[in-house]
Design a binder for this molecule. Sequence first.
Ligand SMILES: Cc1cc2nc3c(=O)[nH]c(=O)nc-3n(C[C@H](O)[C@H](O)[C@H](O)COP(=O)(O)OP(=O)(O)OC[C@H]3O[C@@H](n4cnc5c(N)ncnc54)[C@H](O)[C@@H]3O)c2cc1C
Ligand SMILES: NC(=O)c1ccc[n+]([C@@H]2O[C@H](COP(=O)([O-])OP(=O)(O)OC[C@H]3O[C@@H](n4cnc5c(N)ncnc54)[C@H](OP(=O)(O)O)[C@@H]3O)[C@@H](O)[C@H]2O)c1
Length: 527
Amino acid sequence: MAPHSLLDGHDDGPVTNGYTVDAGRDANTANGQQHNNGHVQSQSHLRKTPSEDEHDLVCVGFGPASLAIAVAIHDMIDNGSFQKLGSGSPPKVLFLEKQPRFAWHAGMLLPGAKMQISFIKDMASLRDPTSSFTFLNYLHKNGRLVEFTNLNTFLPARVEYEDYLRWCAGFFSDVVQYSTEVVSVSPAKASDPTAPVSGFTVTSKDVKTGALTVHRAKNVLLAIGGQPSIPKSLPSGHPRVIHSSQYAHLVPEILKERDSPYRVAVIGAGQSAAEIFNNIQTLYPNSRTSLIMRSEFMKPSDDSPFVNSIFNPSFVDSLYQKSATHRRALLEGVRSTNYGVVRLELIERLYETMYDQRRELGSDDRKWPHRILSATDVVGFENKSDKILLTVRPLDCASTSTAKEDETLEVDLIVAATGYKRQSHLTMMEDVAGLLPEAGEPNGTPSSNGFKTKDPEAKIKDRVVRVSRDYSVQFTPGKVSPGSGIWLQGCCEETHGLSDTLLSILAVRSGEIVNSIFGGNLQNGKA
Ligand SMILES: Cc1cc2nc3c(=O)[nH]c(=O)nc-3n(C[C@H](O)[C@H](O)[C@H](O)COP(=O)(O)OP(=O)(O)OC[C@H]3O[C@@H](n4cnc5c(N)ncnc54)[C@H](O)[C@@H]3O)c2cc1C
Ligand SMILES: NC(=O)c1ccc[n+]([C@@H]2O[C@H](COP(=O)([O-])OP(=O)(O)OC[C@H]3O[C@@H](n4cnc5c(N)ncnc54)[C@H](OP(=O)(O)O)[C@@H]3O)[C@@H](O)[C@H]2O)c1
């Protein structure tokens, strides 16, 4: 088992979700296909393109961001606006996804976990509430609309929302290649090397066989999400050090006996860490768990309505226009809407667990089965025969903490719920470096109060990766023909705001991107 792959051996079968799906008014049931489960699966308006043809658009990754693009194209064909954009025939689109089937952060699909966002921010509603791909239509088609209404909530269970996303994805199975990992995006070779590039080649690897395939595309959209981030103090690839994204898949394989007194350390203070810390205690009633976090307190996510307007589609416009310094300060101020924060109900539940231990076992938390080590950092890892020793050290603002105060925890498993990086697109795009502008001056000064910012501007081989408001990568003028381009999703937080990595604006953003790619508005090289 490869320790750090996301769906290790967890191929749950075909892409369909086992339901008979029919998107409604626009589902082209005449083109229905027989799937493995015996049901008739309806198709979208997108059709498979012969692999040797040049595609109008190849999307890398088929998570919610790309799924929203598929839905937007379908809806725009359906309501005629695509034709008005000047495209007579349906576009030739292909989605390449490395997982064996559609799955949305499946390693974190924990019982009881709720969505962090209103279902109205689904794949379509905020762009077109009459679309067949709304969450409400999904409920309707699955016979649960009235019963869901009685739940009196805007926040479905994550497991239900994933089912909704999979239901949507099922309509596009003709145009998605699963188990296909993209390794690079390069400029297409032209007969005249001085002419502007008019397309790209996307090289993918069959995850099962390793065979490479090259796809040709006028436009490429990279929507590959985040990559697990593991603290440097921990070894990568160790079978008993896993990332939160692998939790639900690997924990039952690593900790096989429900009643064993396993010792588990969870690192982090975000939603993933809190959910895992809570879940381990339920899964293994005799476990001893430690939550190790750098922050002093577990803090609630701010979802108050004024602050929440940073997740409005219109906020992207207002943020994009601001200076880099202003943007950074603004993002820093609203970090607690998303990062290193936990839903209040879960904080209250964990507090009650701590309180109960205090009442039953006294105030020395070293005697408690479940501990929260706050203001503490991980400083050492040692693997002695079958023992894992994790050394932690209190953080002290007065910098008086020394190795004397270190505590060594003997554990059976470490779960790093330490968030995600968003850098892989730069490696994937290395071959297009020559089309990018030369690096200029850094775009703003680093923050003085510790907010974690990356380099002011992302770079590939000293060339700057700048992204326009419409999410297209800016190339040196004259290097790429109008009508061709590369588009980025999920790695533009610093210019387009916190909603960039989330579901918040996917419905609207996908409509904007489809308009930009197919509407002829794109001028490559424009600022
Ligand atoms: C546990 C969890 C719960 C969350 N809950 C919420 C929530 O309630 N609300 C919210 O707004 N946000 C939530 N988020 C944030 C999350 O980022 C978004 O919900 C959403 O997943 C973003 O979609 P995406 O398509 O940009 O990225 P992803 O969902 O990460 O999808 C990217 C896809 O690209 C694929 N891929 C990656 N590399 C390659 C490659 N080289 N070749 C081919 N395919 C590749 C991946 O396998 C994946 O399927 C949650 C995140 C986590 C981790
Ligand atoms: N039910 C749900 O819907 C659900 C569940 C889980 C996650 N999510 C979403 O998924 C996204 C990511 O959440 P997340 O909790 O996985 O990540 P996160 O919010 O980025 O939190 C990462 C945590 O890890 C800590 N950390 C990072 N590097 C560290 C290091 N080297 N050493 C020690 N600690 C370190 C951070 O601490 P510092 O702050 O000190 O850096 C932070 O507390 C968010 O959008 C969240 O809302 C949603």
